[in-house]
Write a protein that binds this ligand. Structure first.
Ligand code: NIG
Ligand code: FE
Length: 410
């Protein structure tokens, strides 16, 4: 099966030589081909170039893209999109003056979501979650990471991870699963150290044995899990070859970035509160910093200092954090626009952060995130637009006309 996209106004994120990720000043360069063609064969990108070199054979399908852009799908490297119910009432509590912390201290927050999820049958959880997955596919995401962490018991954590596995089996979007047992301290446990024993001794071995996760996460934060707690979990995860991708520096900077680097985390995510030493320790590492502007927007907390991070020469990825408490939206178009408006990222930086760098933060840089021969044809075809900057400029909307997963229109 061969599909030719022709007369593409501009083909974005073209990487003839594959790159792992882009950092610093390179983030401000978005390689493109104007007046381009793109050839897809058997679900993979097989060729692309200028229309003047467009092959002239018989293709199964020819799609005329006059006026439209084609780009790789968004790569959303941090979500919690498997959850039950919602937390609308806490949203109203916050409007009326309570803080996220005050709500959590009253048994709301993550524990509220955990209670609902524990009571929700697995099929029900699957059906609620697949609606969100289908929604983000339509919004242009072609790869997504999904975390557990609203279970907090053996049974409920496994339920979440099995739902993620089922989504993986039934949808052609790329999905990576992360075990986030240490997301909050359940009421039944007196202290984090006892709960971490439970996570390490009771949950983790089964997660590993059933092959339910590739990554391991901890909410390293004041009032949640300390640097020492995080260290223990990441150490334990290593025995099962689970690579860390961790929540750090969301509300307070307590050394979470450092413990991530120590354990060679694939990514450190959130980073709203960054001291100079937290930025410096990332230099010359393979760890991707990940910003979640949807969370900053929804909780009215500071945005990740993208300029300081990129101007230091570091890479940065953008993700949604799609979850019921701090970011109830999986819209990468909004994330990309908000990164430009609020974090002063250029459209080029934002697209790099939301495609190739996001792919790296899921270990998928060889498969998605750029227009490169051999990569999956997970693509966005835009409506007719004036330039790619319009994607960030026209906030609250999206410029997507059609999305493709492995070369198939969704
Ligand atoms: O990434 N920070 C920790 N976890 C989620 C939010 C959890 C929730 O409020 O349900 C986050 O923001
Ligand atoms: Fe998160």
């Amino acid at each position: 099966m061969a599909t030719l996209f022709k007369n593409i106004k501009e083909l974005l994120q073209v990487r003839t030589e594959p790159v792992k990720f882009v950092s610093g000043k390179e983030m401000n360069i978005l390689p493109t081909i104007k007046d381009a063609y793109l050839l897809i064969e058997n679900g993979l990108i097989s060729d692309f170039g200028s229309m003047s070199d467009c092959p002239n054979s018989n293709f199964d399908e020819v799609i005329d893209c006059t006026g439209k852009m084609v780009m790789p799908s968004w790569c959303d490297s941090h979500t919690h999109l498997v959850y039950a119910g919602n937390r609308e009432s806490e949203f109203v509590d916050r409007i009326n003056g309570l803080t996220y912390e005050e709500i959590a201290n009253r048994g709301g927050g993550i524990l509220n979501s955990a209670k609902t999820l524990q009571e929700t049958p697995e099929d029900d959880l699957y059906n609620q979650s697949k609606i969100r997955l289908e929604e983000i596919i339509k919004l242009g995401s072609g790869a997504v990471e999904i975390k557990s962490g609203y279970g907090l018991t053996l049974e409920a954590e496994l339920k979440m991870l099995r739902v993620i596995k089922r989504l993986k089996e039934n949808y052609s979007i790329e999905i990576k699963a992360t075990f986030l047992g240490a997301h909050a301290l359940p009421e039944e446990f007196k202290n984090t150290s006892d709960y971490i024993d439970y996570v390490i001794e009771t949950i983790l071995p089964i997660v590993a044995k059933e092959n339910l996760a590739e990554y391991i996460d901890v909410f390293c934060e004041t009032g949640y899990f300390s640097v020492e707690d995080t260290n223990r979990i990441l150490q334990a995860g290593k025995q099962y070859e689970l690579i860390p991708k961790i929540h750090v520096n969301q509300f307070t900077a307590i050394g979470g970035v450092q413990v991530g680097i120590k354990h060679k985390a694939l990514s450190v995510d959130h980073l709203e509160e960054m001291r100079d030493e937290d930025i410096e320790v990332l230099i010359n590492t393979e760890t991707m910093p990940v910003a979640l502007p949807g969370c900053s927007y929804f909780l009215s907390i500071p945005y990740t200092p993208a300029r300081r991070i990129i101007d230091t020469g570091l890479p940065l990825a953008l993700a949604t954090d799609y979850n019921p408490g701090s970011a109830p939206s999986g819209n990468m178009n909004f994330v990309v626009s908000t990164a430009c408006v609020k974090m002063k990222m250029t459209p080029e930086e934002a697209v790099n952060a939301a495609t190739i760098n996001g792919a790296y933060a899921m270990g998928l840089q060889g498969k998605v995130g750029s227009i490169t021969k051999g990569k999956l044809a997970n693509l966005i075809v835009t409506k007719p637009i004036s330039s790619y900057g319009f994607i960030s400029y026209a906030f609250g909307d999206n410029q997507i006309e059609k999305v493709y997963l492995s070369g198939k229109a969704v």
